[in-house]
Write a protein that binds this ligand. Structure first.
Ligand code: GDP
Ligand code: FE
Ligand code: FE
Ligand code: FE
Length: 198
């Protein structure tokens, strides 16, 4: 949709080449779908900078295929919260992945960086761009799970805050069903948004 992305100083073709070189074809399709979904949500909910929504979608999983050792090195290099060492790729690729994105692509836009940082766990106080990316990742056209239609209806038609709540409720339920630990910030997101679901 855009020919040039000033936030990374790259043309569309250059950006797509860099992203696709860093991930599988399947994940590259996913990030393109998230970008498309983020653009639709930006339009629907009146976000003033659609290019930034699209770019956040394109970059959000940039670090997902990095090794555990890379994330551990980044946590040490940037002296991030040592508790991060107790988690894994699911949590790292956003919260720590932003450092890899800044190193590789020179991204400095604080709004895009923040949205990517929290795209997996959310936050108790999300900006419009944060919500757009968090929800776009969940409802992009390639997703197929029970409840995705309800999530899409909330996201594209009814209420973006309710879509944040719906996604968080279902993610927490999914994680408890798998008997895996839930990152505390995910619980804060849940508490902040659950009342938006009526
Ligand atoms: P993806 O990168 O497009 O697959 O999507 P996300 O970044 O939103 O989520 C990545 C994975 O992290 C998914 O499998 C989620 O279920 C999982 N996840 C989300 N929140 C948490 C959490 O609080 N704790 C843990 N352990 N996993 C989480
Ligand atoms: Fe992700
Ligand atoms: Fe997500
Ligand atoms: Fe994703």
């Amino acid at each position: 949709a855009f020919e040039f992305y000033p936030e990374v100083g790259l043309t569309r073709v250059e950006l797509f080449d860099k992203i696709s070189a860093n991930m599988s074809e399947k994940r590259f399709r996913h990030v393109q779908n998230v970008a498309k979904s983020a653009l639709k949500l930006a339009e629907r909910w009146g976000y003033s900078e659609p290019r930034k929504a699209e770019l956040a979608g394109l970059l959000h999983d940039y670090a997902k295929e990095e090794t555990d050792a890379t994330f551990i090195q980044l946590i040490e290099k940037y002296q991030l919260d040592p508790d991060l060492l107790n988690w894994n790729n699911n949590v790292w690729h956003g919260l720590v992945g932003i450092y890899k994105i800044q190193e590789d692509l020179g991204l400095t836009d604080p709004e895009i960086i923040r949205a990517i940082e929290i795209h997996t766990v959310g936050s108790a106080a999300m900006t419009l761009l944060d919500k757009i990316l968090y929800v776009a990742d969940y409802v992009e056209e390639g997703r197929a799970f029970e409840g995705v239609d309800a999530a899409r209806h909330l996201a594209y038609e009814q209420d973006l805050d309710a879509a944040v709540a719906y996604e968080t409720v279902h993610t927490v339920a999914f994680l408890t069903s798998k008997h895996v630990r839930i990152y505390p910030q995910t619980i804060l997101t849940y508490n902040a948004y659950v009342d938006q679901l009526k």
